[in-house]
Design a protein around this ligand. Structure first.
Ligand SMILES: *Cc1c(COP(=O)(O)O)cnc(C)c1O
Length: 408
């Protein structure tokens, strides 16, 4: 057989295409096979005992490990420059495993004030039922984070860029604080993707992903991942996933790995489109404001430039005419799809105040920077001219916005 090797110095596009897999060990297959089996036969009682005890690393049962799932884990670990990755059924199952695996009764979590809605709800409503308290803080200001840490704080959990405001947190600055106090720093890296940002290299202890988004990239599968460097943390996450059962199915893993192979191409195209749309929207008379980390006036622009390899494909903007204006605009779009989720090859747009962040009390929502006129756009890989034309016609064709504009 050809003498193939995995090189640690491969570039990110090469790693996404080649890392993870069995290197054609069965029939010379180029794609990773789908090991659609729930259990694995032992050649003898002794061999079965060795697998159970961990002396033999072979497979036992798919909830505990499967070669197709392992291939995806190896690939994402390589992209994040982590030592190990553990796949989960969904992004929320991955986030759940981080909390269940590492926190105990009496512990406190300090979380970013701008988070994926369900993550916010888990910290606010579910963890307290297990005696784990949580607070929310503006992590873009490391000083506030340092001040909010309590003696029982065990973890800082944050997103950067954050959902949906795209605020940017200085990961190295927060990691200095968490390292000094020996608490975990967990970063949800879904918005950035490992192609643009690798939090473990900046001092984070855990990275979580919703693979449902850009890593899969085709809006057709759910999945999650936890990536770590430390062996002890890795064991605890794996145990939480195995015992609470949030692990991934082999067919799901295969589909996601297929998506990950083109991550570099998709992310780079979507980023280029997003930068052009941000400029276009900035100049549009019907747009109040635009938030995109690539715009020099974004408050996190300098930090994004320092810690990211690109500014991402998410942007949000305020449509003139308030709530009515933004609703009319969204209802007039003809190409860009009105749907939650993000990171697919197709552009998706949504209205956080009435959709993803409707669960937050209004004051909390406004305090987190999510006002009624905000729309969130996940830029896809279409021809940018077509996206621009669709945005333009919908912005101009909103009678409610027009009337309101005259009063503004
Ligand atoms: C979608 C998303 C999640 C949850 O992922 P699921 O796969 O839907 O469970 C978590 N964090 C962020 C930032 C997300 O966008």
């Amino acid at each position: 057989m050809q003498d193939r090797e995995n090189r640690p110095d491969w570039g990110r596009a090469t790693a996404a295409i080649h890392r993870g897999g069995l290197d054609g060990q069965i029939f010379g297959e180029v794609s990773v096979p789908i090991f659609q089996t729930s259990t694995f036969a032992f050649p003898s009682v002794e061999a079965g005992a060795a697998r159970f005890s961990g002396k033999d690393p072979g497979y036992v049962y798919t909830r505990l490990g499967n070669p197709t799932v392992r291939a995806l884990e190896e690939c994402v670990a390589a992209l994040e420059q982590g030592a190990a990755a553990h796949a989960a059924a969904t992004g929320m199952a991955a986030i759940g495993a981080v909390f269940l695996g590492l926190l105990s009764q009496g512990d406190h979590v300090l979380a970013g004030d701008c988070l994926y809605g369900p993550t916010h709800m888990v910290i606010k409503r579910e963890l307290p039922r297990f005696g784990i308290s949580g607070d929310f803080v503006d992590t873009t200001n490391p000083q506030l984070v340092a001040e909010a840490i309590r003696p029982n704080t065990r973890m800082v959990f944050l997103e950067t860029p954050a959902n949906p405001t795209l605020s940017i947190t200085d990961l190295a600055a927060i990691a200095r604080i968490t390292r000094e106090r020996q608490i975990f720093l967990a970063v949800d890296n879904t918005f950035a993707t490992p192609h643009l940002q690798r939090p473990l290299t900046l001092g984070a202890d855990l990275v979580v992903h919703s693979l449902t988004k850009a890593l899969n990239g085709h809006s057709d599968v759910l999945g999650g991942m936890v990536v770590v460097n430390d062996a002890e943390i890795s064991k605890k996450i794996k145990r939480a996933l195995n015992l609470f059962g949030g692990t991934m199915d082999p067919h799901q893993a295969w589909l996601i790995l297929r998506g990950v192979r083109t991550l570099a191409l998709r992310v780079e195209k979507a980023c280029a489109n997003a930068a052009k749309l941000a400029d276009f929207l900035e100049k549009h008379p019907r747009v109040h404001w635009v938030r995109y980390p690539g715009l020099p006036q974004h408050p996190g622009h300098a930090i994004a430039r320092k810690q990211m390899d690109g500014f991402g494909s998410m942007l949000c903007f305020g449509v003139k005419g308030g709530l009515e204006g933004s609703k009319a605009f969204l209802n007039r779009l003809r190409l860009i799809t009105l749907a939650v989720s993000l990171g697919g090859v197709e552009s998706l747009i949504q209205h956080p105040a009435s959709m993803t962040h409707a669960g937050l009390p209004r004051e909390e929502r406004l305090a987190a920077g999510i006002d009624d006129e905000m729309v969130r756009l996940s830029v896809g890989c279409e021809d940018v001219e077509d996206l621009m034309a669709d945005l333009d016609q919908a912005l101009w064709a909103t009678p409610a916005a027009e009337e309101k504009l005259l009063q503004d």
